[in-house]
Ligand binder design. Structure first.
Ligand code: IPD
Ligand code: CA
Ligand code: CA
Ligand code: CA
Length: 269
C-alpha cells in the first residue's frame, strides 16, 4: 500500500494549527515550569500538553505510525522503519518561558528513514515553514527559492557562544578562526528556527555540538528541499535515532567550512 502523503500533510498542518492556537491562548495563564537535566533545562506544562495532543491524535489517525517526541509520550524507537513522526512540541522552551517569542513547533515525518514532510511553525508570528520532499518548500503560501551560493566572508552563521569558549567538546582553535572569517554570527535559541532561517537564506549555516532528533527532523526536510545540506560536523548523515552534532547550511558554505575548518580538525567524540 502506498502512503497518502497529501492526506498526512493536511492532517499534520491541521494539528500544528490547533497546537499553535493552544499555545497562544496559554499566554494568559501562569506556566508551570520544571527543570530536567540541569537548572537551565526547562520544561513546562505546555511542552507536555502539546506533545500529548500530537501523540493522541496521530495514534487515532493511523496506529501503524510511530512517534518520537522530546517529552517521552511517544514510542521508544530503535529503528526508523515505517512512518515515523518526530515531534518537538516546543523548540526553544527557554525563549518560550522568558520571552514568549522565538520558539517553534517542529515536526518531521519520515518513511523508512527518508524525510518526506517537514514543518517548523513560529507560533507567535503565525509563520509555517513547510516542505514535502520533491514538491518544494514554503513559508506559509510563498514558495522558497533554491539557495544560491554565498561567499564565506559574506555569510552569517548561527552558533551558540558556548562553543567558542573553552570547552571539552571542541577546542577554541576550531570555531575561533571561523567566527572571525564570517560576516557575523547569531544565536536565536531555537534550533528549529535557526534551520528555518537557513532555508529562507536569512542565515547561511548553523553549527552545534549536540542536538536530539526532534530538534532537526523538520528542518532537515525543509533545508534539503531548497538544496541545503544537513549533516553532523563530520559531514556524515544523521540516523535520527540518537543525539549528534549538527552542521546545516547553504551548500557552498557547508562545503567550504567542512573542507577548511572542520575536516580532520575536530576531536572524535
Ligand atoms: C533546545 C533549542 C536550543 C538548543 C538546545 C535544544 P528545546 O531545544 O533548540 O536552541 O541550543 O540544544 O535542546 O529543549 O528548547 O526543545
Ligand atoms: Ca527541552
Ligand atoms: Ca528542541
Ligand atoms: Ca522541546
Amino acid at each position: 500500500m502506498t502512503t497518502n502523503w497529501q492526506e498526512i500533510d493536511l492532517f499534520a498542518k491541521n494539528l500544528i494549527d490547533r497546537a499553535g492556537e493552544t499555545i497562544r491562548h496559554s499566554f494568559r495563564n501562569k506556566l508551570q515550569i520544571e527543570t530536567k537535566s540541569d537548572a537551565n533545562d526547562l520544561v513546562t506544562n505546555m511542552d507536555k500538553e502539546i506533545e500529548k495532543f500530537f501523540v493522541e491524535k496521530i495514534n487515532a489517525f493511523d496506529s501503524s505510525h510511530h512517534i518520537m517526541g522530546e517529552e517521552g509520550y511517544g514510542d521508544q524507537l530503535t529503528s526508523m522503519d515505517g512512518v515515523v513522526w518526530i515531534v518537538d512540541p516546543i523548540d526553544g522552551t527557554m525563549n518560550f518561558v522568558h520571552q514568549q517569542r522565538n520558539f517553534a513547533i517542529s515536526v518531521g515525518i519520515y518513511e523508512d528513514g527518508v524525510g518526506m514532510l517537514g514543518y517548523i511553525y513560529d507560533v507567535v508570528l503565525d509563520e509555517l515553514y513547510h516542505a514535502h520532499k520533491g514538491h518544494g518548500a514554503y513559508l506559509n503560501n510563498s514558495k522558497l527559492e533554491m539557495l544560491k551560493d554565498v561567499k564565506l566572508e559574506e555569510s552569517i552563521l548561527a552558533l551558540n557562544t558556548t562553543w567558542v569558549t573553552p570547552h571539552d567538546r571542541v577546542p577554541y582553535e576550531v570555531f575561533g578562526p571561523l567566527v572571525h572569517k564570517v560576516r557575523g554570527t547569531r544565536s536565536y535559541g531555537s534550533a528549529a528556527l535557526e534551520m528555518a532561517y537557513i532555508a529562507t537564506g536569512r542565515i547561511d549555516g548553523y553549527l552545534t555540538m549536540r542536538l536530539s532528533p526532534w530538534d532537526i527532523a523538520g528542518g532537515k526536510v525543509i533545508i534539503e528541499e531548497v538544496g541545503g545540506i544537513v549533516t553532523d560536523l563530520f559531514n556524515q548523515p544523521h540516523t535520527l535515532l540518537s543525539k549528534a552534532s549538527v552542521f546545516a547550511g547553504n551548500p557552498a558554505v557547508h562545503k567550504i567550512i567542512y573542507e577548511h575548518y572542520l575536516k580532520e580538525k575536530l576531536p572524535k567524540s
